[in-house]
Design a protein around this ligand. Structure first.
Ligand SMILES: [Zn+2]
Length: 158
């Protein structure tokens, strides 16, 4: 068994869709990035790459590559799952904490959890999504950014 962690932060701006774990959340502002800036999928992808000893999302999918401009972050997750599978690994469970002052994620965290489980091809019980605010301080607390931490456990397939 191997464990990996991932962390990501993206800035919030008007005129962008807000995607968290592949779920579109109704909000006046969304996350800015080279891709669709889905901070949850980026953190989960990094956790999986970390667990398998495969570097980070920036190595695997450089943000200088025009192919990834505006790209759906599910592409990163799918490609990473394929690499893990190719190397003989399967995902055991994933735990995620999203840091957002707004919008309030309590009402949507279960939707994000179920969607993430689908993307990871896991039972919903093997995926956990927690939501925290920034306690009103720092870039997250001021509502300037949303952050995400993820931990993933993988094991060798029989
Ligand atoms: Zn990112």
């Amino acid at each position: 068994m191997r464990v990996g962690m991932g962390h990501d932060t993206h800035r919030l701006a008007e005129g962008r869709p807000l995607l968290l774990g592949g779920v579109r959340i109704e909000h006046a502002r969304g996350l800015v990035g080279h891709s669709d800036a889905d901070v949850v999928l980026h953190a989960v992808t990094d956790a999986l790459l970390g667990a398998a000893g495969l570097g980070d999302i920036g190595d695997a999918f450089p943000d200088t590559d025009p192919a990834y401009r505006g790209c759906d972050s599910r592409v990163f997750l799918d490609a990473t799952l394929a690499r893990l599978e190719g190397a003989g690994w399967r995902v055991v469970n994933v735990d995620v904490t999203i840091f957002a002052q707004e919008p309030k994620l309590g009402p949507v965290k279960d939707r994000i959890r179920r969607h993430l489980a689908e993307l990871l091809r896991l039972d919903a019980g093997a995926v956990n999504v927690k939501a925290k605010t920034g306690e009103g301080v720092g870039h997250i607390g001021r509502g300037e950014a949303i952050g995400c931490q993820a931990v993933a456990l993988i094991e060798a397939r029989e």
